[in-house]
Every structure is written in C-alpha cells, then in structure tokens.
Design a binder for this molecule. Structure first.
Ligand SMILES: [Zn+2]
Length: 256
C-alpha cells in the first residue's frame, strides 16, 4: 500500500512538472519587474502603440527571448540591453507571425569591431553589426553602443539593431538581396526594385536624405531605409511617399 502511495505521489509530481513546462512556455521567460517602464521610456515605437498592441508586443518579446540567447562579450550587459535587442527583432516583424529560425545567439560587443578578426581594438573597426554566415550561422553581432544609440534619440533615422534584423528577414528566402520574397507580394516586386534603384541613384548624386551607406547595394538599401522607416516614419513618409507605401506592404504595418 505504501509503495502504491509513493508511486502515485511520484507520478503526480512528474505530471505536474511536465504540464507546468508545457503550459508555461513564454511565461518561463522572466522579464525584469519594470520592463514596461523600460520599454515606454526607451522604445519609442512601443510607447506609441495602443494598449492592446503593447500586450501583443510584450508577448512577442517573451517569445523571442525564449529561443534567442543574448551575451555580452567582454562587456557587462543589462536587462534593458536585452529588451533593446528583442525590440529590434520584434519591430520589423510586428505585422506578421515570425520566428527567427535562422538565429540562436546575439553577441553584444563593447564597441565597433573589425570585420575580419572581430577585434574591438586597433584599426579598421567600422562595423556596427553583422549577421553570421558559414561557421557563424545563426549568430548576430551588434556593437553595444550602437544598439543603445539606435534607441536613444527619437529624431534619429538610424537603428543598428533593426538594420540587422531586417537583413535576417531579407535572408529568409535564401538571398540577402533587398527583396524579401517571403513578405512582399509578387505584384510589388518590380516596383520595389525600381524604387530602390532610383533612390540609390539619387543618393549617389547627393539628392537623398537616406544614409549613403544604403547605396552600397540593394540589401543595404533595404536595411538602411527600414531603419529610417521605423525610427522616423512621419519624416520618411513625407520625403519618400512611394517607398513608404511599398514598405507598409513589405512589413504589413504602418508605424505610428
Ligand atoms: Zn547591413
């Protein structure tokens, strides 16, 4: 009899843990107690959402943090830094259901870094962020100061975190080429390519307010224009109405 009781107790304890793990999922991610204040204060995009959308944003943040690990490399990182990484991921994908299956780890470096040896000291340290390829597949590197800077100024057109996550969205169809086939309906592909080419020409002639780095190629154009689209949507819409319109179709959302 005692054996049976012990057996039943053991079974219920095991069942309890299995069921708890199953149902907890996102809840297993412990966000800091003041995460709403942190988001309201530091993430302008979140601050401008409706209450219902804020809840949706929070769920997506928890989901992201449940499968991506964020590490500081030779540098201390804070809970806010993790929220900024997660926000950078959620913002461009807020208009649809998305899982960054091509990402497992985000490394935050103390400074800008060298593309070839990933050193944060010495010369040629001009890289703010990158997504890994080859042996670094499923990895993203961001300069921590650049990540923070992207959310520091409401009037800025630049956001390194969003830039790199847009590269990942672009890459989902196999090519990082500025044409996110998974997101953009076929009928808009040609207009989008034409808009990109025209704007890149204007940028080269100094006739555009889009960061000149975007003239490097179409993949960089898409990432740089997206930084602007999400950071200063009103200004972007006013200065680039055609691009703005197509980008609302790519991202399935119109930032406030
Ligand atoms: Zn880039």
């Amino acid at each position: 009899m005692a054996g049976l009781i012990i057996f039943l107790v053991a079974v219920s304890v095991i069942a309890f843990f299995i069921l708890r793990n199953k149902s907890s999922n996102n809840n297993a991610i412990a966000l800091p107690g003041n995460f709403r204040e942190l988001l309201n204060e530091h993430v302008d995009y979140y601050n401008k959402l409706s209450d219902a959308d804020k809840l949706r944003f929070e769920e997506k943040i928890k989901d992201f943090l449940s499968y991506v690990r964020i590490h500081g490399v030779n540098t201390e990182i804070t809970e806010l830094d993790k929220l900024l990484v997660a926000s950078s991921a959620v913002i461009p994908a807020f208009g649809f259901d998305w899982h960054y299956y091509n990402l497992a780890d985000v490394l935050l470096y103390a400074d800008t870094f060298n593309m070839d040896n990933f050193s944060v000291t010495g010369e040629d340290r001009n890289v703010l962020g990158m997504i890994g390829t080859g042996s670094m597949q499923r990895m993203m590197i961001l300069s921590l100061p650049a990540l923070r800077q992207g959310f520091a100024n409401e009037l800025s057109k630049n956001n390194t975190g969003i830039h790199e996550f847009v590269h990942l969205l672009d890459k989902a169809d196999g090519d990082t080429d500025g044409i996110p086939e998974e997101l953009l309906h076929k009928q808009y592909t040609i207009p989008w390519i034409n808009y990109m080419s025209e704007e890149i020409e204007k940028m080269k002639e100094g006739k555009s307010d889009i960061n000149i780095y975007g003239a490097t190629n179409k993949a960089e154009f898409f990432a740089v224009a997206s930084e602007y689209f999400f950071s200063s949507p009103d200004r972007f819409k006013e200065n680039h109405p055609g691009l703005f319109d197509l980008m609302t179709k790519i991202f399935h959302q119109q930032p406030a």
